[in-house]
Design a protein around this ligand. Structure first.
Ligand code: HEM
Length: 475
């Protein structure tokens, strides 16, 4: 494992060399079973979902979830059921999202004016770091929904993130990087104290940094509810504190609230921001796609106002672009690992899967599978557009067929489909509608290389923006 970093690339190479869509690699005493076949993925997440609905029990998951208190990283059982229900019914339900709509729109307005300010700084056309824009839009939204605050500190005058927000988002991405990076301590627990790959140290540092920002806000808010200073719910933290069990006592402990908020943060910022950064990069390199998406938005919205969430259902081509990014450029090749809770056979009894095996559905492996997708390496949004008798079929970013993995399916499926889709499409739509985009001067195209360690873009996307709407629309 040490010689073959990053492990996800090594697994990819093994599978490519063996020309296989399923493999079994023993790491420590664990059978890791990577899969790039949508048929086998369906068997795991649909047909035999009840067997494969657990998660690994290891140091990284236990540490980040404060002892398995939340949802994403928690093995199957009563605690996971309790917290998943809270997440799905209380935090990201359609009713709750409706309640929080104004906050999301304010964050979309803020990010548009931030980019607009960058254009004006450089006499009407500015170079903009779109990784920063995308990550901070996502971070601003989730901080706003949870803590009713965009900034932990003072922010910046131009609407950009302050030092505290940059530190917060960087720490979230560090946690995500090491959480699913096949840490040696997770597979060979007796080597845990040695921390041979340094993952443990990095994860601890980043998790503590995130908690440094969250904990005082959470503790102070609980105090406000206790001493009667707060009586009215304004955000998701208030919701979590106010939940009651059947006896009328608080449903969640302080540690459960903290852990569930950590889940919301790590679940929300990565996918929408990564999708947008890659999407814009691909579209700048294929201007006809950029133009088609922009024309669609103009035809639905006009040029006298900003895009609103109510426009999303009509933006089918924009949705196709986003879906195509999730196919080609998921934030990580590795879907959150599923663990077999008993011995079983899969693929018409061809493969025996021992209890405890780690089932690793490879998002990029499935998304680029040439048996399923024609010209599988090409960014081609049209492939997602299907016409029915009444015209275009409405496009949904979710793909329960698992021919590509966006939100996955089954018991461990993502509960944040509506929030995640809305955030992603709004970011695409606001940015494409508000600005013309092109490569920076002295460049002929955007470099689409992936980072060495994973699937994010190797270099942050820096693009040239010019406003395309009347000035008053930006304010
Ligand atoms: C575009 C945005 C998003 C994408 C593409 C996405 C995708 C995913 C995927 C692929 C999984 C793993 C499913 C599996 O294990 O098979 C997942 C899990 C999860 N997601 Fe999301 N997600 C997004 C946004 C969100 C948001 C906004 C939230 C909530 C605030 C959220 C909450 C969760 C939770 C709690 C889980 C774990 C579910 C469980 O283990 O039972 N996600 N997501």
């Amino acid at each position: 494992m040490i010689a073959n970093r990053p492990t996800s690339r090594w697994i990819h190479k093994i599978m490519t060399d063996l020309k296989t869509e399923i493999a079994c690699i023993q790491l420590g005493n664990i059978h890791v079973i990577p899969i790039t076949s949508p048929e086998i993925a369906r068997e795991i997440l649909i047909k035999q979902d009840s067997i494969f609905a657990s998660r690994p029990a290891n140091w990284s998951s236990e540490y980040v979830s404060s002892g398995y208190l939340s949802t994403i990283l928690v093995p199957y059982g009563e605690q996971w059921k309790k917290m998943k229900k809270v997440m799905a019914n209380e935090l990201v339900s359609p009713r709750r999202l409706q309640w929080l709509q104004d906050k999301r729109v304010e964050e979309a307005d803020n990010i548009v004016s931030y980019v607009y300010n960058q254009c004006n700084k450089n006499n009407g056309g500015g170079l903009v770091d779109m990784r920063l824009v995308a990550r901070h839009y996502s971070g601003n939204i989730i901080r706003r929904l949870v803590f009713n605050a965009r900034h932990f500190g003072k922010g910046r005058e131009d609407g950009g993130p302050g030092f505290e927000e940059v530190e917060h988002i960087d720490a979230i991405f560090t946690v995500l990087r090491y959480l699913f990076a096949f840490s040696i301590s997770d597979f060979v627990p007796c080597l845990r104290d040695l921390d041979l790959d340094g993952h443990k140290k990095e994860l601890k540092k980043a998790t503590k940094l995130i908690m440094k920002y969250h904990d005082p806000l959470i503790e102070d808010r609980i105090q406000q509810w206790k001493n009667g200073k707060r009586t009215h719910q304004e955000d998701l933290l208030d919701v979590l504190i106010s939940l009651k069990d059947t006896n009328g006592s608080p449903l969640l402990t302080l540690d459960e609230i903290k852990s569930q908020i950590m889940d919301m943060m790590i679940a929300t910022v990565d996918n929408p921001s990564n999708a947008f950064e890659w999407g814009l990069a691909e579209m700048i390199n294929q201007p006809e796609i950029l133009q088609k998406a922009t024309e669609e938005i103009d035809s639905v919205v006009g040029k006298e106002r900003q895009v609103q969430e109510s426009d999303i259902s009509k933006l089918n081509y924009v949705k196709a672009c986003a879906k195509e990014v999730f196919r080609l450029h998921p934030i990580d090749d590795i879907n959150a690992t599923h663990v077999a809770m008993e011995d079983t056979f899969i693929a018409n009894n061809t493969y025996f899967i021992p209890k405890g095996s780690h089932m690793v559905l490879r998002r990029q492996g499935i998304g680029k599978n040439p048996r399923i997708w024609e010209e599988s390496l090409k960014f081609k949004p049209e492939r997602h557009i299907q016409k029915d008798n009444d015209g275009f079929k409405n496009i949904n970013l979710n793909e329960p067929s698992l021919n590509l993995i966006t939100f996955s399916t089954g018991r461990r499926a993502c509960p944040g489909i509506m929030l995640g889709s809305t955030m992603t499409i709004m970011l695409f739509a606001r940015m494409l509608h508000g600005f013309n985009w092109s490569v920076p001067p002295n460049k002929t195209s955007i470099d689409l290389s992936e980072s060495e360690g994973g699937t994010i873009k190797a270099k942050p996307l820096v693009a040239l923006a010019t406003p395309r709407l009347p000035a008053e629309v930006y304010y």
